[in-house]
Design a protein. Structure first.
Length: 599
């Protein structure tokens, strides 16, 4: 019997320090070349190599007629590239045949969601398209569209884009965030674009409709990412849109080796906060709620970071300080990044902050922050009370990350041993030069080690990485990953390392407001719910959130590795409505669907 046959979902009702030097083989080969850019002959070689890479990357297309290979057998550990065998035929495009500006450099993201509610994770991927305000070369071949892949349940996916109406033709797409904004039990999609964004409402019949105009959330700026949250805890999910730059296609002053103007060449854009009215429409409450800054936002994430039960907002910005908006009881936000210690990296730089994710890596019950960067990625330890300390160097991720340009990143327990590890993908900023990805394994005691070399061939290759997300698409209890590569095919990684125990929890809130306007439980997604799991002498905590990392969204189910424990002593859920739910003596190796109690 396969592992997936054994792991059937269950529905539960309420039951009463100096860093070590990096391994030589992990030092990216292009770094020495970059250091020599001032040499004319080296510059010529680099430009020629970029052109060759560009041509080859742009031509690595899938052939739908080719026979799909069989899925590779499981290994004892590590990750296996199963992209083609699984049927994930997605080629990211920046719209034309020339890599020529900062908007094209942003890339695309991915979201795991169960759009048809069959208990299997489906996959949505975002791509650029030809856009006169962005594109300079000839339009890309084929028909670049955002793609929706439906999970068949046998380890493979089928193309469902056209049938579902989810391609977003004509929109230059970057980030994506899934959420059941109308509390009907089915996830909807918000797609961030250069130009008006798109809200795709799930019709519950396998198709989506464009609800942007009615909802009033078609922000016309250059939006990189978005995050859903119930900031006022009224049972309705609100929307934060992270805007990037005020792009000017006519501006053309830049340092030649960079290829095109960088972020400081363009003005920052203000973000937007939309409050959900509960009738399918949203109200722009940006200024009213204290969201006043303008930033070059690359990602936005929401969670309760200071322990007051209201979700805060963290925004990572490009070439400027990051923002931390602390939620003051749902009435207003207050920007506190500098005083909280999360505005800059450990070197005091405002370089290129990319993706941000939250997780309790040291088991103290508080959510910490990891931010990928073009320089030293930041690991911000949550000291409590809304204060943080950058421990990236002491924890062993600072020096190891600084040799790469980080993009997608997230916390996850890849080996199910009960503590959070870090997945980070890398690539050059302004040239089509790939870099190796990394996994930082949690060694305990607040330290990490780069364990990438022993986890499969994927980590020995260079990829043009951008967005990345994790999800247990085969329901076998370990977290797999999807990687979106700039102007190249996406990569689906199957995790074959999960022999330790685990449990996954899908939350179902009480559907928001009643028709009469009274409060009836939490939002249906359970965003903002806090879950603690006690098993094997360890207590783990997590919060149900929407977006994670860079332009992307992870599995909507909360995943907990349990090590050798084969049962969970206690699961405690604190719902956004204020209700507390306790489940006792729960068997491990199960996917639980937990409904919020009525009273």
């Amino acid at each position: 019997m396969s592992r997936s046959d054994q792991n059937q979902s269950s529905v539960l009702t309420p039951a009463g320090d100096s860093p070590s030097p990096p391994p030589p083989s992990r030092i990216r080969s292009s770094r020495a070349l970059q250091a020599a850019l001032l040499g004319g002959s080296v510059l010529i070689l680099l430009l020629a190599a970029a052109a060759i890479y560009h041509r080859s990357a742009a031509r690595r297309e899938f052939s739908p007629q080719a026979a799909r290979p069989a899925l590779p057998p499981e290994r004892e550990q590590g990750f296996v590239d199963v992209t083609r065998a699984a049927g994930v035929e997605f080629l990211h495009s920046f719209g034309d045949g020339r890599f020529s500006n900062l908007v094209e450099a942003v890339g695309g993201g991915a979201a795991w969601l169960d759009f048809d509610q069959d208990g299997l994770l489906d996959l949505y991927l975002a791509t650029g398209k030809y856009c006169p305000a962005v594109s300079k070369g000839e339009p890309a071949r084929g028909n670049p569209l955002n793609r929706l892949f439906r999970n068949r349940g046998d380890g493979t996916f089928e193309e469902a884009t056209e049938r579902a109406g989810a391609g977003c033709a004509g929109s230059y797409s970057m980030g994506v965030a899934a959420c059941d904004y109308d509390n009907d039990g089915y996830p909807d999609l918000y797609v961030c674009n250069f130009g008006p964004n798109i809200l795709l409402r799930n019709r519950r019949d396998g198709t989506f409709e464009d609800a942007t105009a009615r909802a009033g959330v078609g922000d016309p700026r250059c939006s990189a990412a978005a995050a859903w949250l119930d900031y006022d805890r009224d049972g309705l999910n609100d929307l934060y849109v992270a805007n990037y730059i005020r792009f000017d296609p006519n501006y053309n002053l830049y340092y030649a080796p960079d290829g095109f103007p960088g972020p400081l060449a363009y003005a920052a854009e203000p973000d937007r906060l939309y409050r959900n009215r509960g009738d399918g429409t949203f109200e722009d409450v940006t200024g009213k709620m204290g969201i006043t800054g303008a930033g070059r936002a690359m990602s936005a994430s929401a969670a309760d970071l200071n322990g007051d039960d209201f979700d805060d907002l963290y925004v990572s910005n490009d070439a400027m300080e990051n923002f931390l908006y602390l939620n003051e009881g749902g009435a207003r936000f207050r920007e506190q990044a500098l005083t909280s210690g999360v505005a800059y990296n450990s070197a005091g730089d405002s370089t290129s902050h990319m993706g941000a994710d939250f997780g309790d890596y040291d088991g103290d019950g508080r959510l910490d922050i990891f931010v990928s960067d073009s320089s030293i990625s930041s690991l911000f330890h949550n000291d409590g009370g809304g204060r943080f300390t950058d421990v990236s160097v002491a924890a062993g991720v600072g020096r190891q990350s600084a040799q790469f340009v980080g993009w997608g990143a997230f916390f996850f327990d890849f080996d199910n041993d009960g503590d959070l590890d870090i997945f980070k993908v890398n690539a050059d900023l302004s040239r089509l030069f790939g870099q190796e990805p990394q996994i930082f394994e949690n060694s305990g005691g607040g330290r990490f080690r780069d364990a990438s070399e022993g986890l499969g061939e994927f980590f020995q290759k260079e990829w043009m990485a951008r967005g990345a997300a994790c999800g247990d698409y085969d329901n076998d209890g370990d977290l797999d990953a999807i990687l979106v590569n700039l102007n190249s095919p996406a990569v689906l990684l199957r995790n074959d390392g999960g022999r330790n125990s685990w449990i996954e929890i899908l939350l179902r809130g009480g559907r928001g407001r009643t028709p009469g306007g009274g409060l009836k439980g939490s939002n249906r997604d359970g965003l903002g719910a806090k879950v603690s799991v006690t098993a094997g002498g360890r207590v783990q905590v997590a919060e149900r959130r929407s977006s994670a990392g860079y332009l992307s969204q992870n599995d909507p189910r909360l995943h907990f590795g349990l090590g050798q424990a084969e049962s969970v002593e206690k699961i405690e859920i604190r719902w956004p409505s204020g209700k507390t739910q306790v489940l006792a003596a729960v068997p491990a190796r199960k996917i639980l669907v937990v409904e919020e109690p009525d009273d």
